[in-house]
Design a protein around this ligand. Structure first.
Ligand SMILES: Cc1ncc(C[n+]2csc(CCOP(=O)(O)OP(=O)(O)O)c2C)c(N)n1
Length: 580
């Protein structure tokens, strides 16, 4: 390949140029569920990969698994990911995960095939009748229009490399999110010798607040007697974690979180767990950083009845443009990237003369509270350690005991979620060691956890990755595709199923119909997830290691055996049978 002075590259054909462009963008992997329109790309990917050149082609057996893997890879690496999925059918199979990526601000470049001809007009054009049914009047992109930041359906290869780069640039810029390129067979198979190369892109600078706004926030923080900080996804910027620690320590402000990412070291004396509500009444400032998509109270207006605290949101999108209704009250909305704004805030606070005795007394009070919360949780877990069926508290406590600080927890449980956040907290101290699968930013739907775990492990091969699943969420996952991807690509991860044999979260009948048919007949439709199959056997089919755990005494030993296996490179699953 040579680059002429006119910024053109010589290529074997158009698809060669597409692959070269992805290579130049620094893309590591192309996550892909096959469709025959991609044959031209496979041709060149095979050559690049056999020469050790990126992007590596990653065959994945279901689009939803491919999208979740790409999401996990982004969450661990911070870089936008590229996918290929089959025309229409593939797009629809991955549609929920695409919507999830949109909500969770995950930058993905999704390339979907399409066809524009149907009568042998063009070399490589539509190969047969099935492709006719994959055409959509108005173009397939309209099917997922609300869930992509940007989309294009290129008409020509004349500027296609610029379009690919632009799509990647748009996905990667704030607010990040998925973009869609519908690339036609006619363009993919096109013969050409040269292609025009765009000038290399740059990203816009990060969003941060005006100095006077940060000054106002600093004033509020230093004057507050009882400030609280709450976050959900600050930790997606690893650097922001250390800055938040610095800010919290300077002022002895407690930090609460529902961890979509690892946000704040859980063993820190100012880490106060997940529940902010017991402290709201006495608070005079509540600073919600990176959680405006899911603030820590509900309904939105109820906060004004429970506290007189001033409410400040800091977020790239503090009014959540994607929601038709919202309604969370605020005194100050700081539109900023916390990874940039918090270090600025730290510098402003450092320049202040702080009331040292007050800050110290506050620090001691919260350190004592941190210890009290932990002691109480431990006592509660030990109290149920011998219960049969196994108590989920005991399982969560044991997981916390056996993992090390470099083990990554990918949580996709529902009613056990808050317990997991409370208990798995002894050593969540390294940024990038926990992720929420149903949505690090907001709830986005079940079935993503195993793919995310695979993507995280692929991006971070030295870490041990543990996916926590409910038996319900496990069923929503593309399990076979995920186990297959693990086996095919050598990506070992461990799954622990919190198996309570039902969809406990669905049992809301009595709340709405206290004397209704369900209650009186003891017949709760929507709750059953049984008879419980031998989930452990699924993993055997992929040469993995698995156990079914029913004895509370076996919880810790079985976790240790499974961790040993997965660390030695074996796909692993524990099906832990819990009380309902
Ligand atoms: C794709 C999708 N389908 C259905 C739901 C509705 N839903 C939310 S929680 C849940 C049950 C999950 O069951 P399980 O994982 O066993 O957790 P449990 O409720 O027992 O704690 C269901 C069906 C959803 N959120 N997403």
């Amino acid at each position: 390949m040579c680059e002429s002075s006119m910024a053109e590259i010589t290529v074997e054909d158009a698809a060669h140029g597409y692959v070269e462009m992805l290579h130049r963008l620094g893309v590591d992997y192309v996550f892909s569920s096959p469709g025959s329109e991609f044959i031209p790309l496979w041709e060149h990917l095979a050559r690049y990969n056999s020469e050790g050149k990126k992007p590596f082609y990653l065959n994945i057996r279901h689009e939803s698994a491919a999208l979740s893997m790409a999401k996990g890879y982004y969450m661990a690496s911070g870089r936008a990911q590229v996918l290929l999925t089959h025309v229409l059918a593939g797009l629809l199979h991955g549609a929920m995960e695409l919507k999830a990526a949109y909500t969770d601000q995950i930058p993905l470049l999704l390339m979907v095939g399409q066809n524009r001809t149907h009568d042998g007009e063009v070399y490589g054009g539509t190969p047969g009748p099935p492709y006719l049914s994959f055409t959509e009047v108005g173009g397939q992109q309209r099917l997922v229009q609300p869930y992509v930041k940007w989309g294009a359906s290129p008409e020509t290869n004349a500027n296609i490399l610029a379009t690919i780069q632009r799509a990647y640039q748009i996905a990667s810029s704030e607010v990040k999110g998925p973009v869609l390129l519908s690339v036609s067979r006619e363009l993919l198979f096109e013969k050409t010798d040269t292609m025009r190369l765009p000038p290399k892109y740059v990203l816009p600078t990060p969003i941060t607040a005006e100095p006077k706004v940060l000054h106002e926030l600093k004033e509020m923080l230093v004057k507050a007697e009882n400030p609280l900080i709450y976050t959900r996804y600050l930790g997606r910027s690893h650097g922001a974690v250390a800055s938040l620690v610095e800010l919290a320590e300077l002022l002895s402000v407690p930090v609460f979180e529902t961890p979509g990412y690892m946000n704040f070291p859980t063993n820190h004396r100012l880490h106060m767990g997940t529940s902010v509500s017991p402290y709201l009444k006495e608070a005079d400032l509540l600073l919600v950083i990176d959680s405006s998509s899911w603030p820590p109270w509900y309904p939105p207006g109820s906060i004004r009845g429970s506290t007189e605290a001033k409410i400040v949101f800091m977020d790239i999108d503090p009014i959540q443009l994607k929601y038709p209704t919202y309604g969370y009250p605020a005194d100050l909305l700081v539109k900023a990237d916390s990874g940039v704004a918090i270090p600025q805030l730290v510098e402003l606070v450092k320049a202040e003369k702080l009331g040292e005795p007050m800050v110290q007394a506050r620090g001691e009070r919260w350190a004592a509270e941190h210890k009290r919360i932990r002691d109480e949780l431990e006592k509660k877990a030990l109290a149920v350690k011998d219960e049969t069926p196994i108590d989920p508290r005991w399982l969560s406590y044991c997981i916390d005991q056996v993992i090390d600080e470099n083990t990554v927890i990918v949580n996709e449980t529902i009613t056990h979620g808050s317990m997991i956040h409370q208990y798995i907290e002894r050593n969540r101290v390294v940024p990038g060691t926990r992720y929420e699968s149903t949505g690090p930013v907001a709830h986005t739907g079940l079935g993503q956890g195993m793919g995310i775990a695979l993507g995280v492990k692929l991006a971070d091969p030295d870490k041990t990755v543990v996916a926590l699943e409910g038996d319900g969420t496990f069923n929503y996952n593309p399990v076979l595709a995920c186990l297959g991807a693990s086996q095919e690509h050598g990506i070992p991860f461990m799954t622990v199923i919190y198996n309570n044999g039902c969809y406990a979260a669905m049992k809301g009948h009595a709340r709405y119909y206290p004397e209704g048919h369900s209650v009186t007949r003891d017949q709760y439709y929507g709750v059953s997830c049984g008879p419980t199959p031998h989930y452990a056997k699924l993993v055997e089919a992929y040469d993995g290691y698995s156990e079914t755990v029913e004895d509370p005494k076996e919880v810790k030993p079985s976790l240790l055996r499974a961790l040993k296996q997965v660390r030695e490179g074996t796909l692993t699953l524990l099906d832990v049978r819990l009380r309902q």
